[in-house]
Design a protein around this ligand. Structure first.
Ligand SMILES: CC(C)(COP(=O)(O)OP(=O)(O)OC[C@H]1O[C@@H](n2cnc3c(N)ncnc32)[C@H](O)[C@@H]1OP(=O)(O)O)[C@@H](O)C(=O)NCCC(=O)NCCS
Length: 189
């Protein structure tokens, strides 16, 4: 597998951050991040349930297609958990992305996605998929900005086409798809 890791220190506004592939030892910090960074983690039970969506196996087995971003003091500033599909061999999937509230709006998630797009392309993947909850308007806006389109559905929840019960009863999801051959991310402003 070809992994083109982003350079350690980017020029410009990113020079405060270091990016590297995800290690199993990153898992506790990622769990803490999910439990505090997400709006869905509004109470302890919800936070625990949400963090169960990223078990340690992602860091163990998908670490080369996942990324952590750290601030100058080594504090976790952001992360992306992704992998290449086994069944659909020209597709890749972004499972989770998060940026610390203090680091948002400086292009960290965009940088992580662009790294993933480049890595996926270098490994013969032409499509990237992702999902989110219909109530996560920030995630929906971000993914559309990153060139994803929403998969059509006959159902609409909170204004977005939504696959009802996609992840189980009541677990509705907005499904995103990004064609890596159609719009190179470099052409996104
Ligand atoms: C969504 C999230 C990852 C964005 O991280 P970020 O580092 O602030 O995003 P960036 O600065 O890289 O933004 C990239 C682009 O998306 C846009 N964008 C990001 N968040 C947005 C939001 N909430 N609403 C509208 N646009 C948004 C930015 O304006 C920017 O557009 P530009 O290129 O025109 O300037 C971050 O808000 C987050 O961690 N949210 C909580 C966790 C979550 O919901 N994750 C997604 C589901 S798994």
């Amino acid at each position: 597998m070809i992994i083109a890791m982003t350079s350690e220190h980017q020029a410009g506004p990113m020079d405060r951050f270091t990016t590297r592939s995800c290690l199993p030892t990153d898992h506790p910090a990622i769990l803490r991040a999910i439990q505090t960074w997400w709006a869905d983690s509004r109470d302890e039970t919800a936070a625990r349930e949400l963090s169960r969506l990223v078990p340690r196996l992602f860091c163990e087995h998908f670490g080369d297609t996942s990324l952590v971003i750290e601030g100058e003091d080594g504090e976790l500033a952001g992360f992306l958990v992704g992998f290449f599909s086994q069944r659909v061999t020209d597709e890749a999937y972004i499972h989770f992305v998060g940026v610390a509230p203090w680091a948002r709006g400086s292009g960290l998630a965009k940088q992580a996605y662009e790294w993933f797009f480049q890595t996926a392309t270098a490994n013969g993947r032409h499509t990237v998929r992702a999902i989110t909850s219909p109530g996560n308007h920030g995630s929906i806006a971000f993914h559309q900005r990153m060139g994803f389109t929403i998969e059509p559905s006959e159902h609409t929840v909170e204004g977005s086409p939504t696959a009802l019960d996609y992840d189980g009863p009541g677990e509705h999801r907005v499904r995103f798809v990004r064609d890596l051959t159609a719009t190179p991310s470099a052409t996104l402003r």
